[in-house]
Design a protein around this ligand. Structure first.
Ligand SMILES: [Zn+2]
Length: 300
């Protein structure tokens, strides 16, 4: 039966904590530094294996508390080793309820001014709702960003980056990322994170009319984006909806890859929706959602 002594039990808990980023666990919503995961002791104590993630672990840099609501295993571990304290500090940062804020060099308002009439006309032809550019403080670039619309990206109300879009057709680059953190960005994160279902699309202009969508800035999902989608959004379902294969090249490998990466990071239900033509920006809101409900296939 139960043949673990206390020291072995603590060793096991410590191992779980150190491997947390790789394990299946859930944050405890009201406790920032607490998680619940599969209890390895239930079986050893004569219960059936735990499938309900009943082991609660509370982590701070200097001590770990643990308690299983199934088999009753319970204890605390004091950490005095500096290196371990450092590791636990990193892990408890990972567990916090908001993502670490990226370091940014510049804010959009440092390179932008109010949108001109010409820029607004462009946004209207792209069918960007006025409430979006107004609420999100889209700007027009000055000096080296002349001819660009500056689109700030927010996380928890804070601007974490901005992207720019040339609206004159004269600039050589379509989009600029002034910060080297494209790999962690999701446009519309703040607005979509509380929906029960979210849609992943390619670009900002695909996302603006669909409140529960987030844009990836391309056809690739980076691990940091997947991590954010697994940890910081409420959705139970994620729909991947890239531009139609009619518009682009073969999108299948891209879509499959995004689904596979998501699967590694989250146990949310993952769907793929293939558009009959164009990109999400080409549809009106009602027909887009109609296609979404008709064409989405569950993959994981
Ligand atoms: Zn247990």
């Amino acid at each position: 039966m139960y043949n673990l002594n206390k020291a072995m039990e603590q060793q096991k808990v410590l191992e779980i904590v150190k491997n947390l980023p790789k394990l299946k666990y859930k944050p405890v919503p009201t406790r920032e530094n607490e998680i619940r995961t599969v209890c390895p002791f239930c079986e050893a104590k004569g219960h059936t294996p735990d499938r309900e993630i009943k082991l609660y672990i509370n982590i701070s840099p200097n001590r770990i508390l643990y308690h299983c609501y199934r088999c009753g295993t319970s204890g605390s571990i004091q950490i005095s080793n500096t290196q371990e304290t450092q590791t636990l500090k990193q892990i408890s940062t990972l567990l916090s309820s908001t993502p670490p804020t990226p370091k940014i060099n510049k804010l959009s308002k440092e390179i932008g001014k109010q949108l001109t009439k010409q820029a607004i006309q462009y946004l209207q032809t792209r069918r960007v709702p006025a409430r979006i550019w107004d609420k999100q403080h889209w700007l027009e670039g000055n000096t080296q960003y002349k001819g660009h619309i500056i689109i700030p990206i927010y996380e928890y109300g804070r601007e974490v980056a901005f992207v720019t879009r040339d609206y004159t057709g004269k600039a050589k680059i379509k989009s600029l990322f002034p910060f080297p953190n494209k790999a962690s960005l999701l446009y519309n994160f703040d607005y979509a994170k509380d929906f029960t279902e979210i849609i992943l699309v390619e670009g900002v202009f695909d996302s603006v009319r669909y409140e529960n969508s987030m844009a990836l800035f391309g056809k690739v999902l980076y691990p940091m984006q997947a991590y954010k989608l697994s940890k910081y959004i409420k959705a139970t379902d994620i729909v991947i909806c890239l531009d139609s294969p009619m518009k682009d090249t073969n999108i299948t490998p891209f879509v499959n890859n995004i689904a596979k990466i998501l699967k590694e990071y989250t146990d949310k239900t993952i769907w793929i929706c293939t558009l009959p033509y164009g990109d999400p920006a080409d549809y009106d809101t009602n027909s887009f959602y109609e296609i979404l409900s008709k064409n989405s296939k569950k993959v994981y």
